[in-house]
Design a protein around this ligand. Structure first.
Ligand code: FE2
Length: 249
């Protein structure tokens, strides 16, 4: 399998490019609308064709590139079935593998950051979205988020994966790239070290995070698989404008 971890600096999002060497088909997990040209150039450079985009959840901090990529290169849109988005071509569900060429992803329903959130297990790697970040986790105060639910998703489902499974998160704000299940189970300050549910609840309730600047545009836009809102204020236009440089994650 061909594999790339691509970083989008505005929202600190990691997009994952998976390529099947036999069929030449590629999947992008969590592509960002501002990084489309960079992602397509990388796909072409590797001699692949984009077959699917696959989102982990309805993002609040950036717009998915799913619909624009579909319009540009005829890729299909895969997303959690439980979100019932009319723009989705394939709804993924837990217990039903998502296969593209030789790439076999096992969807894991991991609610708590959002109620429709999925992680994707691919052999010895897991794409954890915002459920589990390196030394952290996604916030639980919007989009039907719930700390108790996230605690169960991470400690019961993700932490029950084998120790050596590599953790690839949807974001990192400090330049870290990859972790492992054992590392997070032992060291994650919010959810690891055998933290109790009560401790986790207190941590999440005490974060005092600011209101997300783009959420009121991102969520409705992402429920349409990534549509730039027409009424975007000038200071938020950068969330729809193409990235100029090509930083690699
Ligand atoms: Fe998120």
């Amino acid at each position: 399998m061909l594999f790339r971890q691509l970083f989008e600096p505005l929202s600190s999002t990691y997009t994952y490019l998976l390529g099947c060497e036999e069929t030449g088909q590629a999947v992008l997990i969590d592509p960002v609308i501002v990084a489309i040209d960079r992602d397509l150039a990388e796909i072409r450079r590797l001699g692949l064709e984009l077959a699917y985009t696959l989102d982990t959840h309805i993002h609040a901090d950036h717009l998915t590139a799913a619909l624009t990529l579909k319009n540009r290169v005829a890729s299909k849109i895969a997303a959690p079935a439980c979100e019932r988005l009319p723009c989705t071509d394939v709804g993924v569900e837990e217990g039903r593998a998502f296969q593209v060429g030789s790439i076999l992803l096992q969807p894991l329903h991991t609610p708590g950051h959002t109620d429709g959130h999925f992680a994707y297990l691919l052999a010895d790697r897991v794409f954890t979205g915002d459920a589990l970040l390196i030394d952290g986790c996604g916030r639980t105060d919007f989009q039907n988020g719930d700390a108790d639910t996230l605690y169960r998703s991470v400690t019961e489902k993700l932490f029950s994966l084998p120790d050596d499974v590599l953790v690839y998160p949807a974001h990192d704000y400090q330049g870290r790239h990859v972790s492992s299940i054992a590392q997070e189970r032992k060291r994650n300050p919010r959810l690891g070290k055998e933290r109790t549910l009560e401790e986790f609840r207190d941590i999440m309730a005490g974060l005092n995070l600011p209101y997300p600047v783009f959420i009121d545009y991102a969520v409705p836009g992402n429920r349409q698989c990534g549509v730039c809102p027409p009424d975007l204020p000038e200071n938020l236009e950068k969330y729809c404008r193409q990235m100029t440089e090509s930083p690699q994650g």
